[in-house]
Design a protein around this ligand. Structure first.
Ligand code: NSS
Length: 430
């Protein structure tokens, strides 16, 4: 008999005979009748095991089987309005493929810390499964869109020797007696690659040694970054808004079932371009009107971004941050060199930054000056400076946090729910 999935069974006619392989999500015994909720990668199905209908061994196995044991079930499909999904499987035989040796530790009512201590088992929950499916679809949609726009995917190193986003958040490690770090962003490697490939993107982990215990920080996150030759800030914003829209549409089209499981209503029109564009100075004004004072020159933290982004219905760009708020590589605005031609994309409704990027300094002398002004050693950035010596062109790029984006789209209580095995200052296990 051909193995079928729960999803297939839900669409089958009365009387079909099937064999399913799955796990026992729960089991209820009512005298001569045992109900098993059978879970596989596609959903949950109620299986009714009745004494007399199945052989005695199968009935005993069903009565005794532990939660999360793996089982093989043969049976007949019956429509039953009382069953979840309107369909029930009437069991003909049940075999245990892999029993549960102990009581499955995940139970209703255990706390969040317990769930993440047992993340390796928690992953079996239909909600986590749904989040991981959304994540896969989100990434797939991004890749497809970037490929269609002529971007080439590249893969960059993780061991590095100098900071991209400031020394304070570098993870330091010993590299055969030399000091090395884990990358915060592959941006500089992408900047090297645009001189041959012109439009590139990467999707790989970035690392930040940030002790911030917020709902939106991980120490390891998946970073979707892209870089384009001959692109200025305005071109970049267009790419970002169209990409985000394509990602949201992809999830909406491909994940209806998952969104239902998660109880999330996703309206792709809220991500339809164009997105509002405001300058940092205007953002300060909005914040001030809301009673939040930020001194000129300070970057926004989680609190400021929460207040600011509650004022918007769509994602929105904040541009032209003061140079002291941002990294040295940002191009200064020729009309007002106290600010950069950079942008952050903030998600509405209190979520805040999901993308950071902008136009890069492409002039050798200006870049050298900014490195020196920031007190950095030009020797550490020799190869990066070299790129400005040979046919340098205006260029721009950005980085989008995959977990941040999922956190926003699915309205998760904390970013850690968006990662299979999250890494935060307090969590390195499992
Ligand atoms: O620091 S960023 O704002 N910008 C960069 O790293 C640039 N070098 C990217 C580029 O232009 N190629 O980080 C970009 C995004 C940010 O908007 C977040 O969505 C995400 O990366 N990010 C994080 N996600 C989770 N946890 C942490 N700690 C984190 N830091 C950044």
């Amino acid at each position: 008999m051909k193995k079928v999935f729960v999803e297939d069974v839900l669409g089958m006619g009365e009387g079909s005979e099937v064999e399913l392989l799955g796990w026992v999500r729960s089991r209820r015994v009512h005298g001569g009748l045992v109900f098993i909720d059978l879970r596989d990668s596609t959903g949950v199905l109620q299986v009714a095991v009745k004494r007399g209908v199945v052989d005695d061994e199968s009935f005993e196995r069903a009565r005794e089987v532990g939660r999360e044991a793996a089982v093989k079930v043969r049976g007949v499909v019956r429509k039953d309005p009382r069953a979840p999904g309107g369909v029930e499987l009437q069991c003909r035989s049940l075999e245990v493929v892999g029993d549960s040796l102990d009581e499955f530790p995940i139970r209703k009512g255990v706390g969040v810390r317990f769930l993440f201590d047992h993340r390796h088992l928690h992953l079996r929950s239909p909600k986590v499964t749904a989040i991981m499916r959304v994540r896969a679809r989100l990434v797939e949609s991004a890749r497809r869109w970037l490929r269609e726009q002529g971007f080439t995917e590249i893969h960059c190193p993780t061991f590095i020797t100098a900071a991209v986003e400031g020394g304070a958040t570098l993870f330091k490690l010993d590299y055969f007696g030399k000091t090395a770090y884990l990358t915060q962003s592959v941006q500089f490697y992408q900047e090297a690659a645009i001189y041959s490939l012109e439009k590139v993107y990467s999707l790989q982990p970035s690392f930040r040694a940030e002790m911030s215990r917020t709902r939106r920080h991980l120490t390891e996150f998946w970073h979707l970054e892209a870089e384009m030759a001959y692109a200025e800030l305005e071109d970049l914003m267009e790419v970002v808004e169209n990409l985000v829209h394509a990602m949201v549409r992809g999830v909406h089209e491909g994940c209806q079932r998952e969104l239902r499981v998660l109880g999330v209503e996703l309206d792709p029109s809220m991500a339809e371009p164009p997105y509002p564009r405001i300058k940092y100075s205007e953002a300060l004004q909005i914040l001030s009107n809301k009673g939040v004072e930020v001194s000129w020159g300070d970057d926004f933290g989680a609190d400021e971004e929460r207040v600011l982004s509650k004022e918007f219905e769509k994602p929105f760009f904040v541009t032209h941050y003061p140079k002291e708020a941002k990294a040295f590589y940002h191009m200064l605005d020729p009309e007002d060199p106290s600010v950069c031609r950079n942008t952050d994309l903030l998600a509405p409704g209190g979520y805040g930054e999901i993308v950071g990027g902008g136009q890069r300094i492409h002039d050798y002398h200006q870049l050298l000056k900014r490195i020196e002004e920031e007190g950095l050693d030009p020797k550490d950035y020799e190869w990066y400076l070299d790129l400005r010596k040979y046919g340098s062109v205006p260029h721009s790029g950005f980085g989008l946090g995959i977990e941040r984006t999922i956190w926003w789209l699915l309205k998760l209580p904390h970013i850690r729910h968006a990662a299979l095995f999250p890494r935060t200052p307090a969590r390195l296990y499992p």
